[in-house]
Design a protein around this ligand. Structure first.
Ligand code: GCO
Ligand code: MN
Ligand code: MN
Length: 388
């Protein structure tokens, strides 16, 4: 036990599919044995996680009979109870079966869209039965390679119609479930609709009940598109839309690498953790990642331990940043306050506009002043490298 040992109150979660990942990739077969859902619950609990997340078919096979389904659910519920774990988030697998090869909610074929809705209603029932509070929609197959095949505006309309249908279903069932939409720019499709956090936030506002729906941003997904993840998360947080988060690591502009949290881009990971902690984000911290393909099961648990440990180390670094005298002094200099100007700008009025028009600004002096960001950034580097 040390200061970086995870505890339940840190709200760390893992998808069953993350520690259950067997290392299959497009070029090679599985390299590890199955980690059953019950084993995942037991091991993650021992390691200090708060809960797990699942796709319907991570737990219940697609071809299970109703009796089999009920037995599996009962055993899984018991494991959650036995090990003091929560089922935090549920989602539907709308990407694996060939029926979804050209999309689920955005498929051209009404039969496929209808089946996707039927499967989602069943998966929502399952998630609620297990105690889920959040339901994620990741539209992995909602996209195209062949743009001739569908009108992208129609695809968005169909997407909206399906999410609205499920909003209606959840309300009708009186479930207290919130939706979190997860954007991704591509993979497995050549291009996926609603490719980033900004696009998703705009889409949400067009739904029947925007308050019920937020986003589930993922580090890897924004980094695949070369974007600043913390900035995307900040926009969601500021809008009250950060319902869930998928933490992992990724080199920029590559395929979805799903690496251990913090294993790439330490500085980006630091500013992300700092953002979440500074803004008292109280949702689950979900690691949507998996162990390197080089690992056996022991490596999987090292991976899980590492994700949580790095988060807690960065949380401590964020605390140190906020109390670091030299950093805080520099910040005070570059973040000056001006009560009069701030009040003038805070709201438009003809009077405020008039006063602002008359103001004199010495823009030459303002433009000449150095900001000291080289020093500030180096202090951050020193802090992160343990030299400060
Ligand atoms: C991916 C996605 C998925 C989703 C998961 C839950 O790139 O494969 O990140 O892992 O997060 O399907 O919705
Ligand atoms: Mn994800
Ligand atoms: Mn992903």
């Amino acid at each position: 036990m040390d200061a970086y040992t995870p505890r339940k109150e840190h709200k760390f979660t893992f998808g069953l599919w993350t520690v259950g990942n067997r290392g299959r990739d497009p070029f090679g077969d599985v390299v590890r044995d199955v980690v059953t859902p019950i084993r995942a619950v037991q091991k993650l609990s021992e390691l200090g996680a708060y809960g797990v997340n699942l796709h319907d078919n991570d737990l219940v096979p697609l071809d299970a009979t109703p009796t089999e389904r009920d037995r599996i659910v009962k055993e899984f519920k018991k494991a959650l109870d036995d090990y003091g774990m929560k089922l935090v988030m549920g989602t539907t697998n709308l990407f694996y079966h060939p029926v979804f090869k050209d999309g689920a909610f955005t498929s051209n074929d009404p039969k496929v869209r209808a089946y996707a809705l039927q499967k989602s209603m069943q998966a929502i029932d399952l998630a609620v039965e297990l105690g889920a509070e959040i339901y994620v929609f990741w539209g992995g197959r909602e996209g195209t390679e062949c743009d001739a095949s569908k009108d992208p505006a129609d695809a968005i309309k169909r997407y909206r119609e399906c999410i609205n249908f499920l909003i209606g279903y959840v309300k009708d069932q009186k479930y207290s479930l919130r939706f979190a939409m997860e954007p991704k720019p591509n993979e497995p499709r050549g291009d996926i609709f609603l490719p980033n956090v900004g696009a998703m936030l705009a889409f949400i506002e067009t739904l029947d009940d925007p308050d019920m729906v937020g986003v589930n941003p993922e580090v890897a997904h924004e980094h695949m598109a070369g974007l600043n993840f913390a900035h995307a998360v900040a926009q969601a947080l500021e809008a009250g839309k950060l319902f869930h988060i998928d933490l992992n690591a990724q080199k920029l502009n590559r395929f979805d690498q799903d690496l251990r949290f913090g294993s790439e881009d330490i500085k980006g990971a630091f500013f992300l953790v700092k953002l979440l902690e500074d803004h008292d984000y109280d949702g689950p911290r979900h690691f949507d990642a998996h162990a390197y393909r080089t690992e056996d099961e022991d490596g999987v648990w090292e991976f899980a331990r590492g994700c949580m440990r790095t988060y807690l180390i960065l949380k401590e670094k964020a605390r140190q940043f906020n109390e670091h005298p030299a950093i805080q002094e520099l910040l005070a200099q570059v973040q000056p306050r001006d009560a009069e100007l701030e009040s003038l700008m805070s709201r438009y009025s003809p009077q405020n506009a008039q006063v602002l028009r008359q103001k004199q600004f010495d823009i030459e002096a303002m433009g000449k002043k150095g900001l000291g960001y080289e020093k500030l950034d180096q202090l951050v580097i020193d802090l992160l490298l343990g030299v400060a």
